[in-house]
Design a protein around this ligand. Structure first.
Ligand SMILES: [Zn+2]
Length: 53
C-alpha cells in the first residue's frame, strides 16, 4: 500500500524489499507519521518534522 508524506503529501516510494524510503516519526500520542526523504532532509530532526505535520 502506498504511503503519503504527512508533511508535503507526496507519495512515498518503497524499495523492492518493501522498505519505505524516508522515515517515520511518532507523535506524543504514539501515532505514526510518514515522512518523505525530501522533508527528512529539509527538517532534519524529529522535533522539526512533528512541528510541520
Ligand atoms: Zn514530504
Amino acid at each position: 500500500m502506498a504511503k503519503k508524506c504527512d508533511i508535503c503529501n507526496t507519495k512515498i516510494e518503497s524499495t523492492f524489499l518493501n522498505k519505505l524510503l524516508g522515515t517515520h516519526v511518532k507523535d506524543k500520542k504514539g501515532k505514526k507519521h510518514f515522512i518523505c526523504p525530501e522533508c527528512q532532509k529539509k527538517y532534519g530532526s524529529k522535533e522539526e518534522m512533528l512541528k510541520n505535520i
